[in-house]
Design a protein around this ligand. Structure first.
Ligand SMILES: Cc1cc2nc3c(=O)[nH]c(=O)nc-3n(C[C@H](O)[C@H](O)[C@H](O)COP(=O)(O)OP(=O)(O)OC[C@H]3O[C@@H](n4cnc5c(N)ncnc54)[C@H](O)[C@@H]3O)c2cc1C
Length: 500
């Protein structure tokens, strides 16, 4: 974050004002626009998006096989039925989002190629001043907004995370990160190593295996997977008997969420039994002789990291067919031809793909300034993972890690709309979360409890995130089943909200 407190402004520059400015046109920002238009009629708003189109995650990632790892009945919006197979490709998600925009006339509110650089709050004017760079012309566009709705996601879109390994400069082949997949990457007839074992590696390996000579998935430690058919039997039955899609969407969502709730609680209360069930699912594909213990048995409890769904067991089928293999080992060094492992084995490859995750990006690389002072985000305390002490008129959307992200995007949107309507009724222009007298000595800790959830990108970036207290109001609970009742019941006149 820059320490420039006052932003240089050309005097003649045109400034547009909106009641609400939404950052980002990913699944959260487009959902936010829908909810604003329907729940706060008469509110003026604009969505600024740095990329050339909507979709966020689903246009940034262009690697072969890119798909969701959660079902679209719950990753889809509450308000728009999903009618396809539960696991969807990026193209199918983009089509769905495009329809949501078109059906609700949201396109007129979205401005693409506007990369926001700074947002400065003035308590004198009760406004944010936002500056964006037009990525097509290089011009600066300036806006003011009474309320800032941060839907910028959680990772940097321009580059993925690649650890620095010894000898990388010696390697003669190509190193590719899935987040910046080269358009014409030729992997046909090539030996490929994919480093990593998360959802991305599990998606990529089967998608390219048939064309490659061989794909080796190299992991430091194993991950849990759930294998199953990419079908929803309940949805199929309801469709067969002529139930309308709106009802199917609602019923199937409820059934999936019910089953996930049962599964989550079981994973917490009887982790060993759940672990054995997950491993049995993998064994069913790979057979009794495959070394499940070494390659598919994680050291952590199920559910401490997101469990990736493997539709139709495609990853395991690739392994069984001999087109893909798993290696669980440590990287000693890159060599000219590939990778030397700690065990002494050398893997040779024409291409090495680093499916090693994201760079956490808490505030979309936006320079946030409050009354002339740069915001030190890590010093704030979060109000339910949505608002922050000392930061006026701003909400951000950070979805669920385990359940679908969009479930929370919809719930946070309801909260924002209720808050905006409440402020209008009260005739106030500013709301700032603040610790109440009874919260003053509350112990503070990291944004998320690493015992509860600990993926690499969060562990690497935790020091950049706001603090959490020891009361539900001051925590980002990550529990959809509690929040679905708690968020709509928030008392907006609680002393945690200071209105002016
Ligand atoms: C490959 C992959 C698969 C995933 N699959 C799932 C899944 O199946 N289920 C699930 O729940 N989650 C999944 N996730 C997590 C996923 O990122 C979220 O679920 C969701 O798509 C995030 O949506 P979002 O709109 O909040 O953020 P994003 O999709 O990250 O979109 C944010 C948008 O904001 C824009 N933006 C950011 N900063 C600025 C700025 N300064 N100025 C202007 N615009 C800006 C970005 O360009 C982007 O378009 C997946 C993630 C990845 C990477």
């Amino acid at each position: 974050m820059s320490d420039t407190a006052t932003l240089a402004r050309p005097a003649a520059q045109k400034t547009e004002h909106f009641d609400v400015l939404i950052v980002g046109a990913g699944i959260s920002g487009v959902g936010g626009a829908y909810h604003l238009a329907t729940q706060c009629p008469g509110t003026s708003f604009v969505v600024l998006e740095g990329l050339e189109s909507f979709g966020g995650t689903w246009i940034t990632h262009k690697y072969p096989g890119i798909r969701s790892d959660s079902d679209l009945y719950t990753f889809g919006y509450r308000f728009k039925p999903w009618t396809g197979a539960p696991i969807a490709t990026a193209d199918e998600i983009l089509t769905y989002m495009g329809e949501a925009i078109e059906e609700n006339h949201l396109d007129k509110h979205i401005r693409y190629k506007h990369q926001i650089k700074s947002a400065e709050w003035s308590s004198k004017d009760n406004r944010w001043t936002i500056e964006a760079t037009r990525t097509d012309t290089g011009e600066t566009a300036r806006f003011t907004a009474s309320f800032l709705w941060m839907c910028q996601g959680y990772y940097r879109h321009s580059e993925g995370y690649t650890p620095k390994w010894k000898g990388m400069d010696k390697y003669k082949g190509k190193i590719v990160h899935p987040q910046t997949w080269p358009e014409n990457l030729d992997y046909k007839g090539k030996n490929v190593i994919i480093i990593g074992s998360g959802a991305t590696a599990a998606t990529l390996a089967p998608a390219i295996a048939a064309d490659c000579t061989h794909v080796t998935v190299l992991q430091r430690s194993p991950t849990y997977f759930i294998a199953g058919r990419n079908e929803n039997d309940l949805a199929n039955t309801l469709r067969q008997i002529g139930i309308k899609e709106e009802w199917i969407h609602e019923i199937v969502r409820r059934k999936i969420l019910f089953d996930q709730d049962v599964f989550t609680r079981r994973a917490l209360n009887e982790p060993e039994a759940v672990k054995q069930e997950l491993l049995a699912g993998v064994r069913a594909y790979l057979g009794p002789d495959y070394d499940i213990e070494q390659h598919f048995t994680p050291a952590y409890r199920p559910w401490r990291q997101r469990i990736a769904f493997v539709p139709d067991g495609d990853l395991f089928q690739g392994i069984k067919a001999g087109k893909a293999s798993m290696v669980t080992d440590q990287i000693e060094t890159f060599t000219e031809k590939g990778i030397l492992l700690a065990s002494g084995q050398e893997l040779e490859a024409d291409i090495i793909i680093t499916a090693t995750g994201f760079n956490l990006n808490a505030l979309g690389d936006i320079n946030l300034i409050i009354d002339g002072k740069p915001l030190d985000f890590a010093k704030t305390v979060t109000y339910r993972g949505m608002m922050f002490t000392g930061v006026p008129n701003m909400v951000w959307v950070f979805g669920y890690f385990r359940a679908s992200w969009t479930l929370r995007a919809d719930l946070v949107a309801d909260f924002v709309c209720r808050l905006l309507n409440h402020m209008k009724k009260k005739g106030v222009r500013r709301v700032t979360p603040a610790l109440r007298p009874e919260d003053k000595d509350m112990p503070l800790s990291t944004w998320i409890d690493p015992e509860n959830f600990n993926p690499g990108y969060l562990m690497r970036g935790m020091h950049l995130l706001p603090k959490r207290g020891n009361k539900p109001e001051w925590q980002h609970s990550q529990d959809y089943w509690a929040e679905k009742d708690q968020l709509p019941a928030i008392n907006l006149d609680d002393a945690a909200f200071v209105y002016q």
